[in-house]
Ligand binder design. Sequence first.
Ligand code: ADP
Ligand code: MG
Length: 304
Amino acid sequence: MLENPFTVRGTIQNPSDFIGRKAELLHIVTRLKTMQSCSVVGERRIGKSSLLYHLFQTGNERLNDSRFRFVYIELTDASAQTVVDFLQTVLQALNLPSDSIKDDNKPNRNLVAFDSAIKTMVASGTKVVLCLDEFEGLFANKQEFNDGFFNHLRSMINQRRLALVTASWKSLEVYAIEEKLTSPFFNLLSITELGDFTPEDVESFIDYYQPAVQFTAKELEFINWYSEPHPAKLQIFCDMILQWREQDWDNDTAKERIAKAYEILGGKHDWRKWKRNVAGILSCGSIKTWLENIKIARDLGTGI
Ligand SMILES: Nc1ncnc2c1ncn2[C@@H]1O[C@H](COP(=O)(O)OP(=O)(O)O)[C@@H](O)[C@H]1O
Ligand SMILES: [Mg+2]
């Protein structure tokens, strides 16, 4: 039986599975050229982690500059619960000694030691970029990650010793207000809002999987009229189609099941509102090409 490629629900790890996001990547990469920091903001499951991880994997190539050194850290991870853990995790990821960061040092001493370690890298021409996913994780421990910590980060960013690319659900300025943090760090980063896939991204997504899954005319038509450009929803939508393709589904039953499957993303999903009024999400040209390719493959397969 055909393997279903749409079952993965976590961060995209294989760079060739990463689709689209050209404008967002360009925005970030352009800024990183001059070591300016960026903050990616978007709702749950919109693709923030995948974007940051992809940047971590392909940043050097995109910048066409081997001096950049990318580090990816998830800040809700156990390795980043205290300032000491965080600083050590970063240094270890950069293959730098981390024993100058100690639990019994004063916080400022650790930050200064961290800064000196990074300075040695900068002096050798390396440009350090920290991709910090789930940045809101830091606010769970405000005693540790306080204004002093953020001021120190800000000064390192200002002096181009570090660049950050953060991902969070809300903008950092909003967290600063909510958490009563006053450090100017919070309005330093350039915001990249991550939303739905563009129509081109949706097409690239189908195009990428079509040779393996061979959506039929009926299935493509269904995707065209009812799927949404939200990356995780699109993934679930295609997953459900493959799961039920052997059954003789009618559209309403399928939509009802898909809406139920969307519940893992949170909230209610009313399938009665799904039909697009003006145009489908896929272009007629693409649908035609995909169907022609299926026919060619079938003809070749049967030797006609
Ligand atoms: N650029 C992308 N290309 C392909 N699929 C994506 C992309 N971005 C997100 N997805 C899909 O959406 C899901 C959620 O993405 P994720 O990066 O975990 O979002 P977030 O970190 O915002 O919660 C992924 O499991 C994947 O299926
Ligand atoms: Mg995430």
